[in-house]
Design a protein around this ligand. Sequence first.
Ligand SMILES: Nc1nc2c(c(=O)[nH]1)N[C@H]1C(S)=C(S)[C@@H](COP(=O)(O)OP(=O)(O)OC[C@H]3O[C@@H](n4cnc5c(N)ncnc54)[C@H](O)[C@@H]3O)O[C@H]1N2
Ligand code: MOO
Length: 424
Amino acid sequence: MSPSPTERTSTSPGNGRTAPPGCGDPARPALAWERARDLARDSAGPPLPAVTRDLPDALGHALAAPLRALTDLPPFDTSAMDGWAVAGPGPWRPRDDGVLAGEEPGPLGPGTAVRIATGAPVPAGASAVLRREHGEIEEGTGLLLDRSEGQIAPGRDVRPRGQECRADDVLLPVGTTVTARVLGLAAAAGYDRLAVHRRPVVELLVLGDELLESGVPRHGRVRDALGPLLAPWLRGCGAEVTGRRRVPDDLALLRAAVWDSTADVVVTTGSTAAGPVDFLHAALAELGARLLVDSVAVRPGHPMLLAELPPAADGRPRHLVGLPGNPLAAVAGTVTLAVPLLRGLGGHRDPEPPRTVAAAALPRHPRDTRLLPVRRTEQGAEPLPFDGPAMLRGLACADGLAVVPPGGVAAGATVEVIDLPPDG
Ligand SMILES: Nc1nc2c(c(=O)[nH]1)N[C@H]1C(S)=C(S)[C@@H](COP(=O)(O)OP(=O)(O)OC[C@H]3O[C@@H](n4cnc5c(N)ncnc54)[C@H](O)[C@@H]3O)O[C@H]1N2
Ligand code: MOO
């Protein structure tokens, strides 16, 4: 059991507004960007436990068991066209009745035909489906003639049972993110509920007394851009965002906000550096948190951090991701630390990092990796203007973030482009 924050001696002075000594040291060694991303993923440990959810509530979770077909698909021989089910070579004697989708037809005798709708089960004994536009009822005889060229081949315009899958076939592996497409497939394959991993619960703490929540920036104050940006992104990478709140620039209040949070992952914005009111390092030290990542060799975003918090009362591990306050730096911290951690906790499988060709030389940083907003064009990844750490203008037009190593990326060379998190 960890001591409560009030049982610890605060290192902050009475008014809580002086720089905590020794925190956010710009000289501390930064972790290589790739290593930081891997470490964030590894620090998730095994995924959160499996739960069962009704289909609509499974959206955004990851499959905890392979999606196996509960039936053949299609489940019966199905007409692919509106027309007639026919038995053997024509002409055919048409029956008076017809078969609609959703009905169970009786068998069809040789030389006969029955009207059939797209999606209806093909009667036993039928050899093919003659499209409506190819069939003609002969005046006088009343027989159904085939007006298409050549003989109708057996199986024509019939979707055979099991064409897409057989019962018990694995349709999707464990760890697949449940998207709307997956819900559609699961429903088609017979599922009402899915076994998925529990989603990590996230609380978003937005720090900075200078931030406004509405209106035009004024009197030295700026709008909170990260609350509106990050909450949908965190949901989009599989988290259940239960809270988003402002925390004043005060060590004791910050420490209490982190301590009181019951979330699996606390995500903070701002206060990662060593400014006069940057209290994150001090708060973490007082809470007994273990820093797993404390600054990364990446621009923007180098003061980002990842910490292991003391476990929850029920023993659940808890983490904190500290995103820098500069908005594009916070975005860099999100894709580097928050996304891999949350996807790991939620049990999501990682796709291969997408690589593409650089349409132009991508500007580099002399020592650190750069994460650069780029647009995907026919020529490849094209850098966007307005990519400063405090800017969101380039990002708003971007398709992804190019990972530019210190050596740079020449025009025509390949480069990893990280997808931006989907909106949730
Ligand atoms: N002496 C040094 N100063 C700074 C360094 C350094 O190495 N040495 N690093 C710079 C870098 S890089 C970054 S990034 C920032 C990180 O600072 P913090 O995480 O402590 O963030 P704040 O100081 O609270 O804010 C920085 C900046 O961002 C604005 N901000 C904060 N939150 C939001 C928000 N939710 N929406 C919009 N804008 C936000 C804030 O007003 C500041 O302008 O430190 C540099 N300093
Ligand atoms: O790296 Mo800071 O994170 O440039 O804005």
